[in-house]
Design a protein around this ligand. Structure first.
Ligand SMILES: [Zn+2]
Ligand SMILES: [Zn+2]
Ligand SMILES: [Zn+2]
Ligand SMILES: [Zn+2]
Length: 317
């Protein structure tokens, strides 16, 4: 469990004011290798700090994270600022003289490790309570970050796992769960929403599968197939989607027909296009933001009035 690792250390006591005297630093410094004193007090599950400024570096204002340093007065600074100012003769905040730069502050390190904030995705099943200083790292990687159901007027939100269950239970939408990223798959697409779950061999631990929405929309000349990757933590743009900045996702889609249609004897079309990512927080993205793979009505035979068989492969670069 993610929370277990993060709860290993107990709060060692209340925080008195904003700084620590130099005497406290020396005590803390000399005990850095000593066995940790066991607290007899009950563990504090979540320590609330209304003013989180006191947990930020006095110079760069970023959350303090061990190792932490301080001047003789007690202004605490992060390791990056302490390193930048290692040759400074005076504290950057108060100007007090410092011989040898900022000193390590173990007491503040214990405090910032003890201050925890529950993950905002707790309503979606996350029980992690990350330290204040590493909460952003957790939020970015939280496997419970919700995505929204694309169903019109359906407000359901949940992790991609919860969404999949919801799609089947509440909407009966078809879903293909066999396949891997990079593999060419034969998929029969129904009009409306179709879902595809692919194992991602490139995934690092928390998200071994990727969820795709293949939308088949009826158009005047044919059916337009668009592909979206449903993923949390995607900052949506005005068009409702954003491309993966580092690893881009492409879809290779092929439709091949011989016979079937009364007007078309043979047809082949292939496209290789970018797959947009979205958490659907603002509903379905605009059509302009997604490639449309348009299958003409004259190609699809009478037997396939509401189904199109395509071959598709998702590739991540
Ligand atoms: Zn700093
Ligand atoms: Zn100072
Ligand atoms: Zn979380
Ligand atoms: Zn729904």
């Amino acid at each position: 469990m993610a929370g277990g690792r993060e709860r290993k250390r107990k709060s060692s006591g209340p925080l008195h004011g904003g700084g620590f005297g130099s005497g406290g630093v020396e005590k803390g410094a000399s005990s850095s290798m000593a066995p940790r004193r066991k607290s007899t007090a009950a563990a504090v599950p979540v320590l609330m700090v209304p003013d989180t400024d006191s947990l930020d570096c006095d110079i760069c204002y970023l959350p303090l994270k061990p190792p932490i340093f301080q001047c003789a007065v007690g202004h605490v600074v992060c390791s990056m600022c302490a390193d930048t100012l290692k040759d400074a003769r005076a504290c950057h905040v108060c100007g007090v003289a410092m011989a040898g730069g900022y000193r390590r502050c173990h007491a503040m390190e214990r405090v910032v490790d003890a201050v925890r904030t529950p993950c905002p995705h707790a309503p979606y099943g996350c029980d992690a309570v990350p330290a204040y200083h590493s909460r952003e790292d957790h939020f970015r990687a939280c496997p419970h970050a919700p995505c929204r159901c694309p169903g019109e007027s359906c407000g359901f939100m949940g992790s991609t796992t919860a969404l999949l269950k919801h799609f089947a239970a509440a909407h009966g939408w078809p879903c293909t769960t066999k396949g891997r990223v990079g593999e060419m798959l034969s998929i029969r697409l129904r009009d409306g929403f179709n879902f595809l779950v692919l194992k991602n061999p490139h995934a690092a631990g928390s998200a071994p599968c990727l969820l795709f929405l293949l939308n088949v929309a009826q158009e005047r000349l044919g059916r337009a197939i668009s592909v979206l990757c449903i993923r949390p933590h995607v900052a949506t743009t005005a068009s409702g989607v954003v491309e993966e900045p580092l690893s881009s996702m492409q879809c290779e889609m092929v439709l091949s027909r011989s016979g079937g249609g009364s007007l078309c004897r043979c047809h082949y079309q292939m496209s290789d296009f970018q797959v947009a990512r979205t958490d659907l927080a603002n509903g379905m993205p605009s059509r302009d933001g997604c490639f449309q793979f348009v299958v003409p009505h004259t190609v699809v035979g009478d037997d396939d009035q509401d189904r199109i068989e395509v071959k598709a492969r998702i590739v991540i670069n």
